[in-house]
Design a protein around this ligand. Sequence first.
Ligand code: PLP
Length: 363
Amino acid sequence: MRRIYNFSAGPAVHPLPVLEEASQAILEINGSGMSLLEVSHRSKDYDAIHVEAMANVLGTLGLSADEYAVCFLGGGASLQFAMLPMNFLAPGQTADYLDAGEWGSKAIAEARRVGTVNVAGSSADTKYDRIPRTLALSPPGAARYLHFTTNNTIEGTQVFALPETNGAPLTADMSSDIFAVDRDHSRFDLLYAGAQKNAGPAGVTMIVIRRSFLETAHKNLSPMLSYAVQAQKDSLYNTPPVFPIFVVNLTLKWIAAQGGLAAIEKNNREKAALIYDALDATPDFYQTCAAEPSDRSLMNITFRLADESHNAAFLAEAKKRDMDGLPGHRNVGGFRASVYNAFPAEGCQALADLLTEFARQNG
Ligand SMILES: *Cc1c(COP(=O)(O)O)cnc(C)c1O
């Protein structure tokens, strides 16, 4: 089997031991004579996986099941853009949103279908090259919640200091950096993440909700769109995405074996520094897309060549060195190296070497 350096932004690289164990489970689960893909979602074999996965999501984030509920839903993070306001907002009510990237702006558009959005901070006028810091929050008690994106996958910026909320419940889209940094998750009232960036395969989205916040959700929704119903049924109202949940659980066990989020964050910082240091060494040749070094994402490293006529040659050289997935998002251009938890440090070093050598040969 061949493994290249896969810099894809998502679906993205998985740990090899996770892929190996997942492939075994596709053949047979627990000596049952059946594939994981063949057992009922209400069977004993699957139930043990489901319960363990919920516990491991909370355990990894440092949260307790007394205080927080976990849901595993389909529809991607994009469905959560709509579900969050459906459950917590109403006509005439306001929610505060930070507008720091394309995904955040999509979340804002969905909230506007339901209620009023106060854009409390935006970097749209500088093409989302930074995290907005001066916020115009709603007065205390006026906003149902504040929503932001912890890591802007497309633009390559990340939030390291959690925003103030004036007392509003804190909610976030963590799709591209969940389980990547050791933040204080108990500050959040609701967080969600599609699995396919940093936590598993496409097909499942994790939602973690503080139970006291959940009690304030609307009750008169279609059951599939109701956090209250989904949480009360442990995401088994209908057939959940069994295989993606299984792989997320394997990934969480792999994270624990690495030493948990503190060790993972340390490793991610070292990996990202290899690439940023190489970019910064020749600032006339490479430019990072994030305006402030303090906003630079550890997950998605976005950069361009000062002379874009070298772009094709750079990609060809990357391909020769077994690297894939480096072109930037179509709306941003340039390049993007996505180096999620499972991306190996050797691959970061290999890209750093390419950056250094390519600048030397073409600068
Ligand atoms: C990829 C991504 C999304 C969209 O995820 P889907 O699962 O495709 O809906 C939303 N938010 C962020 C931050 C992302 O990186």
